[in-house]
Ligand binder design. Structure first.
Ligand SMILES: *Cc1c(COP(=O)(O)O)cnc(C)c1O
Length: 378
């Protein structure tokens, strides 16, 4: 009998999640409103240390409403980290604004010096720079001391895309607490999941209130459903919020497991020439959502593509880091400030199975396969 394919980051759910979902179902609150939604928002706000949390149907929806909340208008420019998942840039397009991409530092997060240059250059061309979206790549929080300084100097609202980073910190401050607002994702592959879902976090009560209003079809508080503007159907279901509460209670345990997996891969990489673990030397504050190997083609026996093909033959899922947005066909016309760092990370990085659900035996199987493919001494 062949073993099941090893996935990158499968959902990690069990008895507590089952109990919570059943409780929500039996309570009769089977709608995108109810006590589980409110409790989930309160618990997350407390956990991250923000005043307001709005539970939504996805991280992408949260990004969309966050941008509306800081006043992004059609025709504006929004500067976005190029090294990210497409959702960060897609949400910009939903507002009618134009995304403009900024390259990364070696840790994969937005380059603050280049961001400064991009804001000046875009303004020089007569564009209104309405927001900056910084992404916390693979669960490592961006350098917000530097990024916040640049945004404040230019008086541009900063949004934190913390979709991958819940549970991580930066100088002791939790991911989700930076900028005017931050977004979380609870998609099935993230550190914690509600199957699909997201959250907007902010200390700004007006922004949170506006997001709540727009997420429920911009319904005025009248019995006859009066509407003065266009809204969205973006609220999170009460049943999924119950699932989220179980996951949040287990967050620390799940992050601990992901960190253990990173340590295992770091020990493996140390035995292989030309192989390092991405972000590993100073990752104490990362949530280790995904662990990636960086392959140096001059020293290693195969390149990143060869490693991925070899793992696929072992029925192990592996992927490059995100393909940078400036290299995506759909954004070919978008302006971009590129140094080549993101392109290099894309060419050399291979993300390995990192889910907290994976037991030691499964991670051992991955390590053996990597060792065999990269031909380390055995
Ligand atoms: C997953 C992700 C999103 C989108 O979240 P969804 O909940 O899937 O809509 C946005 N940004 C980044 C960086 C992500 O990884």
């Amino acid at each position: 009998m062949s073993e099941a394919r090893v996935l990158l980051s499968p959902p990690d759910v069990g008895a507590l999640e089952e109990q919570n979902v059943l409780r929500a179902l039996r309570s009769g609150w089977v709608a995108p409103t109810g006590p589980e939604v409110t409790a989930f928002e309160d618990e997350m706000a407390t956990r991250v240390g923000v005043g307001q949390a709005v539970a939504l149907s996805s991280g992408t929806a949260a990004l969309h409403l966050a941008m509306i909340g800081v006043g992004v208008q059609p025709g504006d420019v929004v500067l976005v980290s190029s090294m990210t998942f497409a959702a960060s840039a897609n949400a910009v397009v939903y507002t009618g604004a134009r995304p403009c991409f900024v390259d990364s530092l070696r840790d994969g997060n937005i380059d603050p010096g280049l961001l400064d240059e991009a804001i000046r250059d875009q303004r020089g061309q007569g564009n209104r720079v309405a927001a900056v979206i910084a992404v916390d790549l693979l669960g490592r929080v961006a350098d917000y001391d530097a990024v916040t300084k640049v945004c404040e100097e230019h008086d541009v609202p900063l949004l934190e895309d913390a979709a991958e980073a819940l549970g991580a910190t930066y100088h002791g401050r939790p991911a989700g607490r930076f900028g005017r607002a931050a977004v979380l994702s609870f998609n099935g592959n993230k550190v914690m999941t509600t199957s699909g879902g997201g959250m907007l976090l902010t200390d700004d009560e007006d922004l949170a209130g506006r997001a709540r209003f727009l997420s429920t079809q911009a319904r005025e508080p009248t019995v006859h459903y009066e509407h003065r503007e266009i809204g969205y159907n973006y609220r999170l279901s009460n049943i999924l919020a119950a699932l989220g509460r179980a996951q949040l209670a287990r967050l620390d345990e799940m992050v601990r497991r992901r960190r253990e997996i990173r340590s295992t891969y770091a020990a493996l990489a140390a035995s292989l020439p030309g192989v390092t673990v991405f972000q590993a030397p100073d990752d104490d504050e990362d949530n280790c959502w995904l662990t990636a190997l960086m392959i140096d083609r001059d020293e290693a026996s195969v390149d990143a593509a060869g490693l991925m093909a070899g793992l696929d033959a072992h029925d192990i899922e592996a992927r490059p880091l995100w393909k940078p947005m400036h290299a995506q066909p759909v954004f070919a016309e978008a302006p971009a400030y590129v140094t080549g760092v993101a392109d290099d990370l894309f060419a050399r990085g291979v993300a390995l199975p990192s889910g907290s659900k994976h037991e030691a035996l499964v991670i051992d199987r991955v390590c053996h396969a990597v060792h065999e493919i990269l031909g380390g001494a055995s």
